[in-house]
Design a protein around this ligand. Sequence first.
Ligand SMILES: [Zn+2]
Length: 233
Amino acid sequence: QHNFPKIFNNFTRTNNAKQDKASEPAPYTVVQSFAARLRYNQSKTEIPIVLNDLIHTTRQGYPAVLLDEHDYYVKLAECCKYTLVGKFINTMPKMELPIVLIWVVVLGLPWHCYNKVLSTTILESVGKVLYLDSPTSQRTRGSTTRVKVQVDLTNKSPEHVWLGFKNSDPNKGRWLKVQYEGIPDYCMYCKHQGHMDYDCTIKRRDEDVNRRKEMESEKKTSQKEINDKVEMK
Ligand SMILES: [Zn+2]
């Protein structure tokens, strides 16, 4: 239990030549704890930034986030410090809940915006941002932010989010493209993952039953009308 592989950041590695060797991959059973430790260390070293009041609104039917310009150009760029070493390997048990953890990719963000606080606010309408992937935190990949997000499948997942500025030219800003990696289908009818409502066999069966019931009650009413007419005579 206490033999967690120690995680070194780049600073300790350059000071200790022995630790520079590529380490053996962690055994499977350790991987989950390894990733948990990595995330814990990442959250510890991440400098929390406080963004000035944001405005969440919509633009052309898509969610829009309006930031303080100073936050965007200065504050976010100031805290590009921490480095993350390692890989995340995550397995999720198959659940029939509408809540899943998926990778969400935001295209079009400049590198100084690869930040959890900003990603959280940009993806507010999508779900809860848990952590950034390694290339995003290390800024080794251009113009793509990839974050793990807890998504509610019953919500609509927007394909674009507008990022603009408060008290500024309303057309100053940019559309960010949002992509969802492997987002599962979710049936709102039977509350199961793997298919959509229009492919639901349970829904089709229930509709058949209802149709038969309707037809029977229609038959009864028309029979009753005939009987009533006969009585009138
Ligand atoms: Zn279904």
